[in-house]
Design a protein around this ligand. Structure first.
Ligand code: NAD
Length: 329
């Protein structure tokens, strides 16, 4: 089976070379899949895509006309795929539902610690032989209240680590996870989570219900100086509202691994280019904002699992079977 891999990086090629079966032939394309690049899938049976590839109804229609029968997502989130359109066109869509929840959870915790203890500043200071501590004052995580929005795989993994730190856990989800109670966590309405949490970490998917769940109104109901962490999807946050919250000191710390308009920025080296995104550039001016470029998933263990499960999903389709990772069958 021939597979066109979009948004392909060297680590994807390396990963698939280790795991791909001889019956899978990969052709790699560094560019993102969208209506302009879709023709590169010609001659293939499947496309393999990542978080910022665009699989709207128009692109899916074009893929179908090219003979594409399967879309293999090498990620867990699927907000970038029009599943209804894929179903109508009879295109199978599979994903990697849980390659490493711990990878993302550990990154979220890393952001909390870095922002709190100002490790990003300390790193540069010490390299400059500046050993002064002024401006590096942090706070103990022990005893603090952390609000988790979304308590699926990653939210639960985050809760487990925070429990070890001695944090109080307030949770919100449309479906309660019984394992949260075992960690001493408590489900509360969003209003209570916002009002009580010292740190809020987002672990729900991007859906019409969760788009801009963090907005002017919700920020206004948070504690003064709250720490906000988003390792989930950029559009959960209204970036302009967050900038206003940073300016009026409501938000004391902001950690972002994802950004609403990241498709034009992340995963590329743009260090020699002028970046036009004024909102993103404004975010970077705040001393209490830490941004990473969608790297929470990026561990050796997660990459290995992504390549293995994606290959399994493709091979299952080739042999007319299923793995259980199908979103559309
Ligand atoms: P999951 O499906 O296991 O858990 C998601 C949870 O969110 C579920 O419990 C679900 O009930 C809950 N949820 C859904 N709608 C909600 C709502 N309106 N309000 C509150 N909770 C709601 O998914 P997961 O594996 O934990 O991943 C969570 C998200 O993390 C993914 O959707 C993806 O967007 C993101 N992610 C980011 C990275 C990264 O590298 N930054 C990597 C993997 C996943």
């Amino acid at each position: 089976m021939k597979v066109a891999v979009f948004s392909a990086k060297k680590y994807d090629r390396d990963g698939f070379s280790q795991w791909a079966d001889r019956s899978l032939q990969f052709s790699y394309h560094e560019i993102r899949l969208n209506k302009d690049s879709v023709k590169l899938a010609a001659g293939c049976h499947a496309v393999c895509v990542f978080v910022n590839d665009e699989l709207d109804a128009e692109v899916l229609q074009q893929l179908s006309e090219l003979g594409i029968e399967m879309i293999a997502l090498r990620c867990a989130g699927f907000n970038n795929v029009d599943l209804d359109a894929a179903k109508v066109l009879g295109i199978r869509v599979s994903r990697v539902p849980a390659y490493s929840p711990e990878a993302v959870a550990e990154h979220a915790i890393g952001m909390m610690l870095c922002l709190n203890r100002k490790l990003h500043k300390a790193y540069n200071r010490v390299r400059d032989d500046n050993f002064a501590l002024d401006g590096l004052l942090g706070f103990n995580l022990f005893g603090k209240t952390v609000g988790l929005i979304g308590t699926g795989r990653i939210g639960l993994a985050t809760a487990r680590i925070l429990r070890g730190f001695g944090c109080q856990l307030l949770c919100h989800d449309i479906a309660q996870n019984p394992l949260i109670a075992e960690l001493g966590g408590r489900y509360v309405p969003l209003a209570e989570l916002y009002a009580q949490s010292d740190i809020i970490s987002l672990h729900c998917p991007l859906t019409p219900d969760t788009k801009h769940i963090i907005n002017h109104y919700s920020i206004g109901s948070m504690k003064d100086g709250v720490m906000l962490i988003n390792t989930s999807r950029g559009a959960l946050i209204d970036s302009k509202a967050v900038i206003a919250g940073l300016k009026n000191r409501k938000i004391g710390y902001l950690g972002l691994d994802v950004y609403e308009q990241e498709a034009d920025l992340f995963f590329e080296n743009l260090s020699e280019q002028v970046i036009d995104d004024e909102v993103f550039k404004r975010l970077l001016t705040f001393p209490n904002v830490l941004i990473t470029g969608h790297q929470a998933f990026f561990t050796k263990e997660a990459l290995q699992e992504i390549c293995q499960v994606t290959s399994d999903n493709l091979l299952a389709f080739a042999s007319s079977t299923a793995t259980g990772n199908e979103l559309v069958n």
